[in-house]
Design a protein around this ligand. Sequence first.
Ligand code: GRF
Length: 234
Amino acid sequence: MSASRLSVAVLASGRGSNLQALIAARDAGELPVDFVVVGSDKAQAGALQLARDAGIPTFTLNPKDYPSRRDYDLALFRRLDASGAQVLVLAGFMRIIDGEALKPWVGRMINVHPSLLPKYRGLHTHRRALEAGDAEHGASVHYVTAELDGGPVIAQARIDILPGDDEHVLAQRLLAFEHQLLPAVLRLIAQDRLALLPPDRIALDGQAQSEPLQLRNGVLVDLSPARLSTTRSG
Ligand code: GRF
């Protein structure tokens, strides 16, 4: 484990339950990070209140105050740079980020997305999984690149779709797994065990992965051929 704690910024647009899970993991001593700032595009985001309650500095940037997406995103990253953050977590940040603006953060920025990527990039993932008649659904944490929900997938949580599931029930059941998945991945980053191998692969402990890590019983498991182990040992 690295000697000093990782400085982490979080961007969120909504209620902030994933942020809450990160803060809870930190408070439980499971996540050696300092949250240096939480930013949002929405002044009323529940995530901002959660951050304030936890004593984390916050800011809001309103997209309407900027002439273009790129101008907004450049201003956003200036704020994040000024915070001293080393890593950025998108936890329900509901904006597409300009590909040029995000370039300096590639490899240091992750997102949690409620589908088994590459399936169902974008919105309404639960509905789309149900409409497709899928037997399983899930969530992914991936590195953010210029391609929307398209960066290399680090880890996934999978759940069965059950008879009688509707969009809401499925989303709620999955959310509990997102809350395990995102802290577990950030923990690996804080331990300096993960890296993006451009353009589209990840490495764990210096070894290229052929498959995303899988969340099993709250623990990330490496199912790559010839390398069957959990990631907890480090
Ligand atoms: C989560 O489902 C996340 O996967 C998606 O947006 C939702 C955010 O929820 N990107 P919350 O604000 O963290 O509760």
